[in-house]
Structures are given as C-alpha cells and as structure tokens.
Design a protein around this ligand. Structure first.
Ligand SMILES: [Zn+2]
Length: 117
C-alpha cells in the first residue's frame, strides 16, 4: 500500500496515510518522481525473457529501475531499463551478462570451403 500523495509505503491493512489522511492505493500511478532525463539507460531488449531476467537481477541487487516500453506498434517493441546515474555502473555490470546471446547453433561466419581441385 502506498500513499498517493507522499508515496510512503505502508503495510497491508493500513487504510489511510497517517500524514496526509488520504486513502492508500495498492499501486502508485505511473508517475516517475524523478525526471526521466536524470536516469541512465543501461539495458534495452526486445526479448521478453531477457526483460524478466534483467528485472530479477536488478531486484536481487536492490537496484531501483524504471522499465519503459516503446509504444510504437510499427517497430519491435523495445523494453528499456533506466536507473539513476549512481546505480548505472552496477546495473550495467549486472546486465552485461544478459548481452551474451545464448548459443543456439548459430553458424559461425559464412566460410564455405570448396573442395580443392
Ligand atoms: Zn501520505
């Protein structure tokens, strides 16, 4: 539960904010309390599997992040992770391992060896 005004987090069962005297909401509206331009893009993918992996990595390290999806239906929907500049180095390090594509029988190079005559 969160107060929509002061954004204080409360335990379940609490109905209203002790400070603001307004009803708590379960989910805060999508309203970033820091401006987007302060955040640093650390990871971008169109692969939903990588999105959840990245989320759990960041969660496990307690790195707050903002996940945005490009709402353009004409391009591949990209999911962009942004974190505050102080966390960007850690986040990049964590997410760097996700960049490695899983080997799935990818053909290495295009070298055909014609039989030597
Ligand atoms: Zn409040």
């Amino acid at each position: 539960m969160h107060c929509p005004l002061c954004q204080t987090e409360y335990k379940d069962g609490v109905a209203s904010c002790a400070d603001c005297h307004v009803l708590l909401v379960t989910e805060l509206p999508e309203e970033p309390d820091h401006p987007m331009e302060d955040l640093v893009e650390v990871f971008r993918t169109s692969n939903p599997a990588l999105v959840s992996l990245a989320q759990s990595l960041l969660d496990s390290e307690g790195v707050p992040y903002l996940l945005a999806s490009t709402p353009d239906p004409f391009t591949t929907s990209d999911h962009v992770f942004r974190v505050s500049p102080v966390q960007s180095e850690l986040a990049r390090m964590l997410l760097a391992r996700l960049e490695e594509p899983v080997a799935e029988g990818e053909s290495v190079g295009d070298e055909k060896e014609p039989p030597a005559e």
